[in-house]
Design a binder for this molecule. Structure first.
Ligand SMILES: [Zn+2]
Length: 357
């Protein structure tokens, strides 16, 4: 080992010596040396680092960033994003970021605070949520009551808003890396097509569900903006606003409500496994299954460039949700099968071309 590095050192010296000799012998023209410097710069120039938070955001942003920017999501998948406290190592990542993309709307407050404190002077913090809807479009509900002042932050669950997120990400990436303008625009166009398909299929699935069943009672209250978009009613959420388990009184009220509304199913979440939810389903005699809002299905990486599982994507998560909702509420889950859930960049983009419609 030592011998090799010594040898390399000698070699290095020889190379430096040679190039110095060469430079003095034939000096390159100014334009030639400028070009040479530029090539070296391009080779050594690191890709911009974009830091995101939850898995769906990481997936959406990395589909636009593709190979031109490094995307790093700091909230681990399967973690409760609402109570996530960043680790010291996250401060380090945030300090190196060129752009920090958050959901905002008070979803990741501790991370937003740490981002502000740790970021470099040049790095920009950009909140997708507040640029997607205005305050008068905010929704407050069961787990996010108006008195507390925090709106429901789950905008991305609505594919229409996910499309705005993708568009905003493309704008921010282009501002950061203007030379990549066309590249980001192409990725955006391809991804928007996928999201349009998701929207279309969602409408078909909703149509297949009997109108009286178009009601959601979920454990975690993340369907507000989806429900508004697709004509569903959110009749309640089991999780109280402090993200703890509901009281016995609340449970009794929910069971009563389910019986009255006659919904055939209620929905949990894998991030919040709840015994209470099972108890409610048992006592109200309804089915229960787990939907997800920030956990992508199966194994894989939320970062499109690292991911090899075409289901482990934002669209894959929504496809799963649609199947679960359709099955529980008397709709047709088969309608979801036509969706291409793969990323538009990275390993799954090339592997899944056969399924592209
Ligand atoms: Zn959530």
């Amino acid at each position: 080992m030592k011998k090799t590095s010594a040898l390399l050192l000698v070699l290095n010296f020889t190379l430096v010596a040679c190039s110095t000799t060469q430079n003095t012998a034939v000096s390159p023209s100014p334009s030639e040396s400028a070009a040479a410097v530029k090539t070296v710069q391009n080779k050594t120039q690191k890709k911009p680092l974009v830091v995101t938070t939850v898995a769906p955001l990481t997936n959406i942003v990395s589909n636009i960033a593709g190979a031109r920017a490094e995307v790093k999501g700091i909230i681990p998948e399967g973690t409760d994003s609402h109570t996530f406290e960043p680790r010291p190592s996250d401060a380090d990542v945030l300090s190196k970021a060129d752009l920090i993309i958050l959901n905002g709307l008070h979803l990741e407050t501790p991370t937003a605070k740490l981002a502000k404190a740790s970021k470099s002077k040049e790095a920009k913090i950009y909140e997708l949520g507040s640029h997607t809807i205005s305050q008068d479009q905010w929704l407050f509900d069961f787990s996010f009551p108006k008195e507390k002042g925090d709106p429901n932050p789950h905008l991305w669950v609505n594919p229409k808003y996910a499309k705005v997120y993708a568009r905003l990400a493309a704008q921010q990436l282009t501002a950061l890396d203007p030379a990549g303008k066309d590249y980001y625009a192409t990725n955006l166009k391809n991804y928007e097509k996928r999201l349009d398909d998701l929207d279309r299929v969602t409408r078909e699935v909703v149509k297949s569900i009997p109108p009286q069943n178009r009601k959601l009672l979920t454990y975690h209250d993340s369907w507000a903006y989806w429900a508004r978009e697709y004509g569903f009613e959110v009749i309640g959420a089991i999780q109280p606003s402090d993200f703890k388990e509901p009281s016995a009184q609340d449970v009794a009220k929910l069971i009563d409500q389910i019986r009255k509304t006659g919904v055939p199913a209620i929905f949990g979440s894998e991030v919040y496994p709840s015994k209470v939810e099972e108890q409610i389903a048992r006592e109200a005699k309804v089915k229960t299954a787990n939907t997800a809002d920030d956990e992508l299905p199966g194994q894989g990486s939320a970062n499109a460039m690292e991911n090899t599982n075409p289901e482990h994507t934002y669209i894959g998560m929504m496809a799963n949700n649609l199947r679960i909702i359709a099955s529980g509420l008397g709709g047709n889950p088969k309608l979801v099968d036509s969706l291409n859930t793969a990323n538009v960049v990275g390993p799954t983009a090339t592997a899944a071309t056969t399924k592209t419609k």
